[in-house]
Design a protein around this ligand. Structure first.
Ligand SMILES: Nc1nc2c(c(=O)[nH]1)N[C@H]1C(S)=C(S)[C@@H](COP(=O)(O)OP(=O)(O)OC[C@H]3O[C@@H](n4cnc5c(N)ncnc54)[C@H](O)[C@@H]3O)O[C@H]1N2
Ligand code: MOO
Ligand SMILES: [Mg+2]
Length: 507
């Protein structure tokens, strides 16, 4: 274009010349006009652009950035004709075919998300202040299967005057020292009994005609309080239910259940939407040109794995109206939409335009990461939208790094707990080429001599869902620099833990 523009100022016949240029691999190919004079002139017009062009082709980000800084200045004062670099951010209009969204660093995108999503700050407090409404156990309960009796009655033979099972009501009648009740673990100890002797320390002396026990010999000295859980010994009424803040859904739900209460949380309601006219239900017969939809199942399962529920699921085709209609009404039912597909540069990638038309604020439109570059996050009031890239692995990675922390944050988790835990791992692979974008590689963990070793799960293409097989962690590989172009065996790298059971092998 530069050659054409300048040549036209010299001669209108320049319009007829083939001003073609292109890239083959890492080679820049420029087609000059036929005459020697024109070649010299044209070379003059483009020679200053060549270093920058070569830096771009070679992904020398440091040098690319340097050029930008030089051209744009660092502060408000800009060069008279600001350099809008196509690979940085474009205007997104008819002429500029580049994404208008700045490529945010992962941390910046995450911070923006957590600053935007409203948290229930009350939850940790709510749990901290929650007093148990009941005693556990709510009665004196037997710790053993055995015989309940009075400790004042000594050992020796005793008459069995009744059977008490778990779930029976509490016996308040008085009884003699040489009498006892046969009792099961967890059953209520009679009010007038003060000890239980386990069945192993007794001998059956006589059985009634109906098969029930009549007389037993107690072989040990019964001691007061032996094998009885006193009322409220596990948890006493009006004491705090949560001695420390623990937001694990397993912990919160089961503790609340143990005192007969439902969880006092507002769990965010989440919808999973998959977009793509190519998507086929996994139960359908194969159809030419279509692919099976894996993201819907994956995202639902991930939500479930981390203790959240998927309230609604929808699969939409790449149709502006359909996406628009669905997103216009779905927020009547849910707080979050976790969508996949349709966020990149295709003429059928409608997610961003639909969000704009619906009045959402697009806070994240691209992230400097691999996979997951077109990761999108938008908000309107207290309704939130995640547009995960359609490639299944990109959706998988972005769910863990962005959507999960946001949903956790919204349900009242403390900020540092929202993110996956990060551990240090030692790389096992001989050599892993670094990408210009920071990369999150799936890897299998082996524990060896107390150290965690990470082995990358094969080809890391963002379309290859198989790379999540055996993926215990996401290893954080830094962006390539001039001096560091690969990671090597023995390198120590941070890794986000994907699973509770994240050590596949012990050696
Ligand atoms: N010109 C450009 N093209 C693309 C860019 C770019 O920067 N410039 N980014 C690429 C990157 S990176 C990614 S990631 C993808 C993201 O694309 P979209 O979010 O728009 O997703 P789709 O185009 O709808 O689909 C991409 C890919 O994933 C498959 N897919 C989608 N949904 C599902 C599903 N539910 N289950 C299984 N597979 C799914 C879909 O068939 C496509 O193959 O864009 C690049 N393009
Ligand atoms: O960033 Mo895309 O997610 O490379 O595949
Ligand atoms: Mg697309």
């Amino acid at each position: 274009m530069a050659i054409g523009m300048h040549s036209l100022q010299k001669t209108k016949f320049a319009a007829l010349s083939r001003s073609v240029c292109g890239i083959a691999g890492k080679t820049l190919i420029i087609n000059f006009p036929g005459s020697e004079k024109a070649v010299v002139e044209c070379f003059y017009y483009i020679k200053d652009l060549l270093p920058h062009a070569l830096h771009l082709i070679n992904n020398d980000l440091a040098l690319v950035r340097k050029t930008h800084e030089k051209l744009q200045g660092s502060g408000v004062a800009q060069s008279p004709t600001p350099h809008v670099c196509p690979h940085k951010t474009g205007k997104g209009d008819g002429v500029d075919r580049n994404s208008p969204y700045p490529m945010l660093p992962v941390n910046e995108a995450l911070n923006l998300i957590l600053q935007t999503v409203k948290t229930q700050e009350t939850l940790p407090n709510l749990l901290k202040n929650f007093k148990s409404p009941v005693d556990i156990p709510p009665f004196r309960a037997s710790i053993k299967d055995g015989y309940a009796m009075k400790s004042s009655g000594f050992s020796g033979s005793k008459k069995v005057i009744g059977y008490i099972s778990a779930g029976d009501s509490i016996i308040s009648d008085d009884f003699e020292e040489d009498e006892c009740y046969k009792i099961n673990t967890g059953a209520p100890v009679p009010l007038k009994a003060d000890c239980v002797v386990q069945v192993e320390d007794t001998k059956l002396l006589k059985t009634k005609k109906n098969g029930q026990e009549d007389l037993v010999e107690i072989l040990v000295e019964p001691k007061k309080d032996l094998d009885i859980r006193p009322l409220g010994c596990d948890l006493s009424k009006n004491s705090p239910l949560f001695p420390s803040v623990d937001l694990s859904p397993v912990v919160v739900k089961s503790l609340m259940a143990s005192v007969g209460h439902a969880v006092p949380l507002h769990k965010p309601l989440v919808a999973v939407i998959s977009t793509g006219s190519e998507l086929l239900d996994p139960q359908d017969y194969p159809i030419e040109g279509k692919i099976y939809d894996s993201n819907t199942t994956m995202l639902r399962q991930l939500l479930q794995y981390f203790g959240f529920e998927c309230f609604v699921t929808k699969v939409l085709s790449d149709d502006f109206e359909e996406v628009f209609e669905t997103l216009s009404s779905i927020y009547d039912e849910v707080d979050f939409v976790i969508c996949s597909g349709g966020v990149s540069m295709g003429d059928k990638d409608f997610i961003k335009p639909v969000l704009q038309k619906l009045g959402f604020q697009l806070l994240v439109g691209r992230v400097n990461m691999k996979p997951g570059k077109p990761m999108t996050f938008a908000a309107k009031g207290d309704k939130y939208f995640f547009g995960l890239p359609g490639n299944p692995v990109s959706a998988f990675v972005c769910f863990h790094l962005f959507a999960l922390p946001a949903v956790r944050w919204c349900s009242g988790w403390t900020q540092e707990k929202c993110m996956l835990p990060v551990v240090q791992v030692i790389l096992e692979n001989q050599s892993v080429p670094l990408d210009p974008r920071p990369e999150y590689m799936r890897a299998t963990i082996t524990s060896r001599n107390g150290q965690l070793y990470a082995s990358i799960t094969g080809n890391q293409m963002s379309s290859r869902l198989q790379s999540i097989v055996g993926a215990d962690v996401l290893v954080h590989l830094p962006a390539r620099t001039e001096t560091k172009t690969e990671a090597k065996a023995g390198d120590i790298l941070p890794a986000s833990v994907l699973r509770y059971d994240f050590i596949t092998k012990y050696e």
